[in-house]
Design a protein around this ligand. Structure first.
Ligand code: ADE
Length: 240
């Protein structure tokens, strides 16, 4: 997959894209990320990318023309164009999994108050938000999107199983994890995890997943594909 990022702050991406899982995916060529500076597509000598809003009010508006030029410089018939904006559709794991199938994503990072609305009208870009809060620009949201999409690209996460088990993949929160030592400041590890019986361990983890989801995110349970065994576990949880 190729990802192009259009931004006024190209420096915002370096360290995150070089680190950890994403860094490795880039190194191994599983993902190819390129950054374009929107300011390069301005035409005046001051490289003006923003201007005050028609109608008045606070803040500045990102001009449509340089963003459109930057986009047209990269877009081809395989491109999916996404603007990161708080007014977009809220990003979910399901959306990320679908986006991971695309060949080419172009991520447009807004800044200032918003992008001139005519950019949206002209580009017909999809709009995605990472949550109901406002950040100062689309750079961090773009990184969030890239990180979660990359996890669904084959080979990026070591064992594919580890993506399947993650929170939200089954519309359930992930179960609690433990590692050595067996005693941490007097706190032990649930004995079932130490007994080597894998069917008991699976059942224990499923139950703890259900427990966390039930108490923290009951809204997710409605969407989860719960079987008879899950319902029995939920009964047990209510009696625990
Ligand atoms: N830009 C500013 N806030 C944002 C958000 N919550 N999601 C996506 N892009 C944004």
């Amino acid at each position: 997959m190729r990802i192009d990022i259009l931004t006024l702050f190209p420096g915002a991406f370096e360290s995150v894209l070089q680190s950890s899982l994403l860094g490795k995916a880039l190194e191994r060529g599983l993902l190819n990320v390129n950054i374009s500076d929107i300011r390069k597509f301005t035409t005046d000598k001051h490289k003006t990318a923003d201007d005050s809003p028609y109608g008045g009010g606070v803040g500045m508006v990102l001009k449509a023309e340089p963003v459109m030029q930057a986009l047209e410089n990269l877009k081809n018939k395989n491109s999916k164009v996404i603007v990161l904006t708080p007014r977009g559709k809220k990003l979910t794991g399901r959306m990320a999994r679908k986006l991971a199938q695309e060949k080419h994503l172009i991520l447009v990072c807004g800044h200032y108050e918003e992008i001139d609305d005519r950019f949206y009208q002209e580009s017909k870009a999809e709009e995605i938000s990472i949550g109901d809060y406002v950040l100062s620009g689309g750079e961090i949201p773009a990184l969030v999107l890239i990180d979660t999409v990359a996890r669904f690209i084959k080979g990026v996460v070591g064992k594919e199983k580890s993506v399947e088990g993650d929170s939200f993949e089954n519309a359930l929160l992930d179960f609690p994890h433990y590692t050595r030592p067996a005693d941490f400041r007097g706190r032990g590890v649930p004995p079932t995890l130490m007994n080597g019986n894998h069917s008991q361990i699976d059942k224990f983890r499923r139950k703890e997943s259900l427990r966390l989801t039930f108490f923290r995110r009951p809204d997710l349970l409605g969407e989860a594909n719960l079987g008879k065994d899950d319902r029995a576990l939920l009964q047990e949880i209510l009696l625990d």
